[in-house]
Design a protein around this ligand. Sequence first.
Ligand code: ZN
Length: 204
Amino acid sequence: MRYKCCPNCGSRDVSLYGTKNRELIFSDRGKETFKIQKYICNKKCNGGKSFYFSTNIDDIVEPNSNYVKKFKKEAVELYAEALVSTRSSANIMNSENNIHVSHQSIQNWILEMPEHPKAEPMTLSGYYAFDAQWVKTNGKWSFRLLLADIKTELIIRSKTYTEENEKNINKFISKTLINQKKIAITTDLKTEYKPIVEKLGFKH
Ligand SMILES: [Zn+2]
């Protein structure tokens, strides 16, 4: 803690009191163990006994959880944006991070969110349009990918990446259309798209 202060009595007369291990799970680097600093208040403010506390990390993770808030948010967003089932969200998060989160956990996280996305995933037509363009935001260029359903003319998902490469395009399309009908994807005339689209099981 930058400003050490007893949360019980407000005193700054506190001393370091060892560390405890805390396991946290991040979406980008998986599971890691952290040492959390513990403290003792020197004022005996706990009814004449010592009061112990540790560095507050509630901004990052809820007290009863190992999954950091950002991880939960991403899992829920993936479910909402990509219209995948909670089971698929769990599979995607797991395959990317080499960790294990259950689909039941994701369902619980969705219900914890103040405005949780709708419970059933949408069914798409199987015919999609893919578009990619460079966009400049706040002076920085990024690469924006977009998928739309041709029959309903609805945008299914758009996401920006820092790099234009096969890996990002592949990930974007496969994540977005997981568990959906795979018939055809229309793209512009750039030749790179054809093998990516066909490898994913769509007509180009
Ligand atoms: Zn105290």
